[in-house]
Structure formats: C-alpha cells, structure tokens
Design a protein around this ligand. Sequence first.
Ligand SMILES: [Zn+2]
Length: 347
Amino acid sequence: MPSQGSRSGFFWHTGRRKGCTVAGLLALGLGSFACASTLWDVEALPIDRAERQALAGLDGQRLGDSTPYVFATLGDAVFFLCRWPSSEKIPLVLPGVSDPALAEAIEAAVDSVEKMLPIEFDRREHLGEGGIEIRRLEPGEPGVSGVANTVANCRLDPKVGDEGPRVDARLVDASIWLRVRAFDVAGRISTHSPAEVAGSLFHELGHALGFQGHVRLGRSVMVRSVDHVRRIGRRLLEGKTVDAPSLKALYAVPSGTVVARRQVGDEATRWFDAMSALVLRKRLRGPMIRVGDHVARVNWMDANGGSYPVFLHDVAAVMEGSRGFELDPARRTRALVARAGEPPDLN
Ligand SMILES: [Zn+2]
C-alpha cells in the first residue's frame, strides 16, 4: 500500500489542461478521446538550451505521450526516458524472409528509421551481447495477437536517490516479433501485405528504440491506429519520406533524462530495495526495465538466466499521483526474497 505521505511528497509539475488528466482519459477510454495536451510536459524536462531548441524545432512532436521508464529506491521514485546511445552502432538482426517484396518492405522500414534518427545499425547474422533482433513468427505460433510486438530492455545503474537531471540508463536489447503470415478467419494462411509489414515494423522499431506507449493525437507513426500504420507503410514502399517527430524528440534529449521524481515513502519501494540488497549477495544482474502502455516490469537475473521481476501497474497514473506506488513482485521474486530473509518483515 502507498504510504500516507505519498500525495504530499508529490512534486511533479505539468502544464496539463484541466479535464485532461490520465484519470479522465482512463474513464473515457484511451484513444477515443482526443486530448491536445500530452501525458506529461516536455517543457518541464531538465535539459539544456540546445536540447530545448532542438525539441522546439520538431513540429508536432508528442514525446510527452510516451510512457516513461521507472525505478525507485528508499522511498524515492524516478520516471525517466531511455534510448540507445547515439555514439555506438546498434547491432541489428533481420528476419529471414524468402518473399522479395516482404524483404524489401523490411529494408524500407529499417532504412527509413536509420536515416531519420542519429543512430546507425550494424546489420548482423546473429546478436552477441545486446542489440535489436527482429524475429519472424510462423502462423499459429503464439506470442503476438496482431502483426507485431516488441520488448525493449533498459539497463539502469540504480543510484536514483539524488536530484540530478539524469539517471544512468540506456537501452541494451530489444526484440521485435513480426508476423508476416497468419491464419485468416477461414483458417487459411494469408500473408500480410508489404505495406502492413513495412508500417508495422517502422512502428515497432519506434518501441525498440525507446518510445513506449502510444501517441494519442495526430498522425504520428507511434499512434495505435492500424489503418494509419498501413498508410505509412505504403508511403515507405513508394520511397516517400516518413517523418516521426516524436521519435526524433526522444533522440534530441539524452538517455536517462528525468521526466519526474516523486517521494513515495520507504514502505512503497521495499520490494525494489530488497532486490537491490540481493544484487551482491546473490550475484544478480539488474535492474533491467521494460515498460508498455501501462505496466513496468523491473527485472533482475541470476547467473543461470532465472528472472525475478517486480511489476508496477498504470505507470502514467502512478506518475500523475492518481494511483499509489504499489509494487507487485512475481511469485518467484517473493520466494527468493523470503529465502534470503531480506528484509525479514516483507513476507
Ligand atoms: Zn505500438
């Protein structure tokens, strides 16, 4: 349960318009309600003048609609942006596709993203340590309901208690599952059109590059609309430029830039603190953080590849203060903490 002090410790400011809160959007159903202001205020980011000018030059960017990454220690929560460093090439593995039209669609999406952002891919046959892998799912293979899905892991050096403008965080690996063929309603195998594949992959690359959640308004590549994504795919295949100002905005500010800090009380962060205390004792790696539209998954791994995740639901609502900071550890995470007796009163 969140501590009594969590509301009073809330010191996140936004220029959000009245009646356009996260709670209001949830009540009305996200996506069916067009709201001019964003989830959080990009103007309030702790960035320097050059970065601010770069953001100001990006017409229509809605970086403020992205779900930030989150961590907390000893009662202090921090919400931050996470992306790949521009200084290193990003290893990238493409899926094997025999159909030349689909292979062309995949290349069109990858090339377009690479040209638009200050990043460079290092195309490889296999990933070594870290990078982005685009995997192909066969019809009937579980894992993705639509055309594609993505997870992107952010590695954090968890010294978040200070008041600096950035935390030490960067993306280290991402996986995109792409379905180029699926069963149709009659149970026959149908192949997604090259435009669907190109548009979907462009969108998923946005997630793999650190933009989590979706843009709620306008014609961004990061909207949830399948029709819009297909239109973007057609443009890509026609060789036209596709702009994605919200992705550019993410790459105009440093990785780890703090979106908000909140004091949530020592009680609220106990599961994170317990796992942090076990990092040395149990030789764990982490935290590695994933976020989606709503849920954050903060994970630690042991030497055998075992995962010990702790979840935080409704990240945006928690950041806004309309929902308490309530951590939800997986069963095996509870068991590890219980076995280690760290701290003894948690269970
Ligand atoms: Zn998406």
